[in-house]
Ligand binder design. Structure first.
Ligand SMILES: C[S@@+](CC[C@H](N)C(=O)[O-])C[C@H]1O[C@@H](n2cnc3c(N)ncnc32)[C@H](O)[C@@H]1O
Length: 257
């Protein structure tokens, strides 16, 4: 993966290496070690309560039991750590209008980082197929819409809610362990929903682009790694994808295969 040519800076914690210019920055002075405190005009008071509410003492047993039922569908033994969640949330711009979709929300660690980032809860839509996780997400984030569905049926499921576009899509789906046709369906529908210049953000534990090279060509996507998160189990890389014709920031190149 061609990270070496990109400029990098290290976060205060040393955990996240931003690769190249990022779309924005986190609110300062995080309230707890896992997440930043809410700030910004977009926050409703309700959202503040939701993000300062602590996560359950440990989501590990639940995550592990869901992994034992369907390891390929889960793709990870443990939820993403706070540093990875923040690196993903950093890719969503609070100033940009429109829904922010989170695919494969799991226990909601990335959701919490998105709220802390300043994304208003009314803009967030969580897409998760596991009914146990959906129940937990609804309890944890009562102001955020949770859609229990397969991400393969994204357009149809969101249309039922009157949602026909997205500003940003943050994916926690285990793309690499999904069949090619499933990857294709998810990405094709995601880019139909995304506004021009909208971004699809995906993390991976692998070294290369988590989107299959054939799909990059077929859907005319460009991607680049935007952050390396060393303090995650396992370390992860955050990739950002856009449609090739959309105006790309300087230095944007086709994803390494
Ligand atoms: C690696 S976990 C990520 C969970 C969470 N985002 C995190 O970072 O901790 C993958 C999640 O994707 C969900 N998932 C897998 N396949 C899915 C699909 N086709 N549609 C919707 N959700 C899916 C799983 O149930 C699981 O919650």
């Amino acid at each position: 993966m061609a990270l070496s040519g990109d400029s990098e800076s290290t976060s205060k914690s040393g955990a996240v290496h931003q690769v190249g210019p990022g779309p924005g920055s986190f609110p300062s002075s995080p309230a707890d070690p896992d997440c930043g405190r809410a700030s910004g005009a977009e926050h409703a008071p309700r959202a503040n309560r939701e993000i300062t509410k602590p996560m359950s003492s440990s989501d590990l047993p639940l995550f592990l039991s869901q992994w034992l039922r369907a390891p390929l569908r889960m793709g990870a033994l443990v939820p993403s750590g706070g540093a990875l969640a923040r690196a993903l949330a950093l890719q969503a711009l609070p100033s940009r209008d429109g829904p922010v979709l989170e695919l494969g929300a799991g226990t909601g660690v990335v959701t919490r980082a998105l709220l802390a980032r300043g994304i208003a809860p009314q803009r967030l839509v969580l897409v998760e197929r596991d009914p146990v996780f959906c129940r937990l997400l609804r309890q944890r984030y009562p102001s955020v819409r949770v859609v229990q569905t397969d991400a393969c049926r994204l357009i149809q499921s969101l249309a039922a809610l009157g949602i026909h576009e997205a500003a940003t899509i943050i994916s926690g789906l285990p793309l690499l362990s999904l069949p090619f046709t499933t990857q294709h369906q998810v990405l094709r529908q995601s880019f139909r929903l995304l506004v021009p210049n909208g971004t699809f953000v995906q993390f991976t534990y692998g070294l290369a682009s988590p989107v299959h090279p054939a799909l990059l060509r077929r859907l005319e996507l460009v991607g680049r790694p935007v952050a390396r998160v060393l303090l995650n189990l396992p370390p992860a890389v955050v990739w950002r994808y856009t449609q090739r014709d959309a105006a790309s920031p300087p230095g944007e190149t086709r994803a390494a295969a």
